[in-house]
Ligand binder design. Structure first.
Ligand code: GPW
Length: 831
């Protein structure tokens, strides 16, 4: 980085960065400055949008002062190894609240707004959350960067500044209709753009062989076209520690050369089209979660952000003229799933083609600079790219991948003589059904460590998905169980519980979550239980208000709140939850049970379906149909209510999770890599009904069997049933409850008599049921009956809920990050 060319003469210019003062007056002054000179309006005529933007920019300036100071300290402590977190998604949620609480500015800001005649609550509601992620994977990245800043870890996070984030979900006649998420339309007050720093990124063209000065034969990339990456910095404040880290997101823009060339040819319209073409790269987040579509533009996005990030690190973060052979001591790039794995051949290309390193030396360096996190077990979620596409878009990278693979296969043949089957299984290039690059294999070959995201998942990775690799390199595989940030998901989202915890065990637990264990002693204290229930009740009132205002949904009062929020996916089994609801409904309307004896229950769903995922969209339609019917049926007598607010997002999660009594984590065992919603619910005092899957396993171990409602087959039982041959029809025929539920759906009862509207769904359930919902139905029903009985004893339920909070401090993302730091990255955190 360049500084002034001569020593400044004014002491003001030489001193540390001056933050606006942490006083109401100081804040008012900074705010009015932003409003008048940034936004260009006087307070008297300013709109709420003006005020929100000025407030956000004011808070940003306080952050910026710390950001500059953090950067200064980092420069002073060079050389120091850093982590570069590479993720195609960051599901950040709203920024204002988090920034205020991290910097301890909340009171000052609230009073400052009041002094200006403004209610800060009104401004808070103006913020549109940046939804630059699909679900768990993107939210995990957001939690991780919060924890890295809180731990003071020398780190930088890289990603894409999508112009449109995850679509806004609406329902039309019960069916999902997607609307564009124009999150930037009223400005981006948190982003700091640097359009002057252009990073060129190339695509296409071909490669050429040539003989270098040293007489060696080499390959060079002659690209066909390129775009420019523009840098946007977002500030990531640590909690009460003065640290502010960087999230650097890239935006694509057309190159001037590209334009100029066409302009000179006189085709104005064509030049403008070129602009659009380039800008498309960062236009929209692909809305598929765990089911990549293999679209060319997605590969362009991946290479675009990875190329920008590596180049940026090498030229801006590293000092000028540093020796690339020292890279492994200076950086480790963490690959958030396979989306950024093209970084491996990209670094090889830079070292070999641009820094003239020998192949072997370059490979020795590259292998040490990456670590890979796998987030799935679903075969359809493992990214593969057709060789033909790779060759067209990134011909030099394809060449490099071929060579990496050749040498890898040579090693394999030496290690396993004659085992050609194994060699083919492990190859980075697949031959069938189409020649393609297996990104998970490339990631595993090119990384120091490969980790799964929960204990069970990591075990299954070793035993199943990447078994050949774990046999070859057992030490490369490890587990780091996911976590969530307690700043956003307790302190910010649940102020009532936060207050109760602090008044009980004192301060400090927000950045030392194991201290929640001190609450265990209070689980038997009637007074504490009473207060704990009051917190839950207040949070229920709050979500009732939110849903009334947001969606016009009137939640009944005094119900058990049963919540299932996550992406809509067959393996997560929203359909199983639906069958349960239909059974509860059937019991009520058939007169089989006395409604007065039933625990009143409200079920809340939140779920987006990938726009092209037909079965998921049918499931949404059915849930809405069931909700409409159940909620309108007087025979239910207020004992059952189903709510499905559209557009579940981080903002809604923050209001909904703290109000929940029951957390639904009902995926088929062996399919949910971890889950992170499960952790948020437990930490907020909901009990889990769940399968032996993902991090549920660890939650149950920690909270104790008696405080968790386990049901369903475990993973070995699933494997065994599938090996025997699963026949869903058998369960339908032999379980009267199940048959009644399915028949009621099939009869058109929930779809105004229309059987055709449900026939595809029912047909699939009876003849296919890929995720064995019918096989787990009886067990699920039995567990739900246990839930109901337990809930009837509120004292006991409170004890269980308190113990859930007290025993799940392990799931802080601070612990996850410390784990990566100590066992994978080997970086120091005192920066
Ligand atoms: F398929 N996850 C996700 F592995 O949210 F890439 N999106 C994805 O595309 C993938 C995984 C991928 C989720 C997992 O499903 C969930 O179990 C896990 O808790 C989360 O990633 C964070 O690790």
């Amino acid at each position: 980085e360049t500084g002034p060319t001569s020593e400044p003469t004014s002491p003001l210019a030489r001193g540390p960065v001056i933050s606006p003062p942490h006083t109401v007056e100081g804040f008012v002054k900074a705010f009015l400055h932003e409003l008048n000179f940034g936004q260009g309006v006087p307070l008297a005529t300013s709109s709420q949008t003006d005020q929100y933007l000025a407030l956000a920019r004011t808070v940003r300036s306080y952050l910026m002062a710390r950001w500059l100071e953090t950067a200064r300290k980092r420069r002073a402590s060079q050389p120091q190894k850093m982590v570069g977190y590479l993720s195609a998604e960051y599901l950040l949620g709203r920024q204002l609240d988090n920034a205020l609480s991290a910097t301890e500015l909340r009171e000052v800001a609230t009073d400052a707004m009041k002094a200006c005649g403004i209610d800060i609550e009104d401004l808070r509601a103006q913020e549109v959350e940046p939804g630059l992620g699909n679900g768990g994977l993107g939210r995990l990245a957001a939690c991780f960067i919060d924890s890295l800043a809180t731990l003071g870890a020398p780190s930088i996070a890289y990603g894409i500044r999508y112009e449109f984030g995850i679509f806004r979900q609406t329902f039309v006649d019960g069916r999902q209709v997607e609307q564009p998420d124009a999150w930037l339309s009223s400005g981006d007050p948190w982003g700091v753009p640097h359009p002057e720093l252009e990073v060129p990124v190339n695509f296409g063209g071909h490669t050429e062989r040539y003989v270098g000065e040293d007489g060696r034969e080499r390959s060079r990339w002659v690209p066909g076209w390129g775009v420019i990456g523009l840098r946007y910095n977002y500030m990531v404040p640590g909690y009460h520690n003065g640290v502010v880290n960087t999230l650097r997101l890239w935006r694509a823009r057309a190159t001037n050369a590209f334009d100029l060339h066409i302009f000179n040819a006189g085709d104005y319209a064509e030049a403008v089209r070129a602009q659009t073409f380039a800008e498309n790269i960062s236009k929209v987040l692909y809305p598929e979660d765990s089911t990549p579509q293999g679209k060319e533009l997605r590969l362009q996005q991946q290479y675009f952000f990875v190329a920008c990030s590596i180049k940026d690190f090498l030229t801006h973060t590293m000092p000028k003229g540093f020796d690339v052979r020292e890279l492994p001591e200076r950086i480790i790039f963490q690959l958030n799933d396979t989306h950024p794995v093209i970084a491996i051949p990209e670094l090889m290309r830079i070292l070999v083609d641009e820094h003239d390193l020998e192949w072997d030396q370059a490979w020795g360096i590259t292998k040490q600079c990456f670590a890979y996190t796998c987030h799935t077990l679903l075969p359809e979620a493992l990214e593969v790219w057709p060789v033909s596409l790779m060759e067209r878009l990134l011909p030099r990278h394809m060449e490099i991948i071929y060579r990496i693979n050749e040498e890898f296969l040579d090693d394999l043949r030496e290690a396993y003589p004659g085992d050609e089957l194994r060699v083919r299984r492990m190859s980075i290039i697949a031959d069938h059904p189409e020649r393609s690059v297996r990104m998970a294999h490339l990631a595993t070959v090119g990384s120091v460590k490969v980790n799964g995201v929960a204990a069970l998942h990591s075990q299954l990775l070793k035993d199943k998905v990447l078994n050949d690799f774990s046999e070859l390199w057992p030490d490369r595989f490890t587990n780091v169980t996911n976590g969530v940030t307690p700043r956003r998901f307790i302190r910010q989202s649940n102020p009532a519980l936060t207050g109760l915890i602090t008044e009980t065990i004192g301060k400090g637990w927000v950045s030392d979550l194991d201290r929640l264990a001190e609450l265990q002693a209070y689980s038997d204290d009637p007074e504490f239980r009473e207060k704990f229930r009051a917190v839950k009740a207040a949070n229920k009132e709050r979500i009732t208000d939110v849903l009334a205002k947001r969606d016009g949904i009137q939640l009944p009062q005094g119900h058990m709140l049963d919540v299932m929020v996550k992406r809509l996916h067959e393996y997560k089994r929203q359909s199983l939850k639906m069958l349960h609801i239909v059974t509860l409904y059937d019991r009520l309307i058939s007169g089989e049970v006395d409604p007065a004896s039933v625990t009143p229950r409200t079920v809340v769903f939140g779920a987006k379906a990938a726009p092209g995922y037909h079965m998921a969209k049918e499931t949404i339609f059915l849930i809405n149909s069931i909700a409409k019917t159940v909620n309108a049926d007087p025979r239910v007598q207020g004992r059952l209510f189903v709510a499905f607010p559209p557009n579940y997002n981080v903002t809604l999660a923050e209001k909904l999770i703290p109000a929940a009594d029951l957390s639904e984590q009902i995926s088929l065992a062996g399919k949910e890599a971890s889950g992170t919603g499960n952790m948020k619910f437990a930490l907020n005092g909901a009990l889990t009904i769940g399968t032996d899957d993902g991090a549920n396993v660890e939650i149950r171990e920690l909270v104790g069997d008696e405080n968790f409602f386990l049901f369903g087959m475990d993973e070995p039982a699933v494997a065994e049933l599938q090996a025997r041959g699963y026949r869903p029809g058998d369960y339908y025929e032999s379980d009267a409850n199940l048959k009644r539920a399915i028949d009621l759906i099939a009869s058109g009862h929930f779809t105004d008599g229309n059987r055709d509207a449900v026939s595809a769904f029912v047909g699939d359930l009876l003849s296919n049921d890929r995720f064995l919902a019918l096989a787990d139905y009886a067990s699920y029903l039995e567990a739900q009956d246990r839930v109901e009985a337990a809930y009837a004893d509120q004292e006991e339920w409170s004890r269980k809920a308190i113990l859930n909070v007290a025993r799940t401090g392990f799931f802080s993302s601070d612990r996850s990050m410390r784990d990566y730091i100590d066992r994978i990255w080997h970086i120091k955190t005192n920066a």
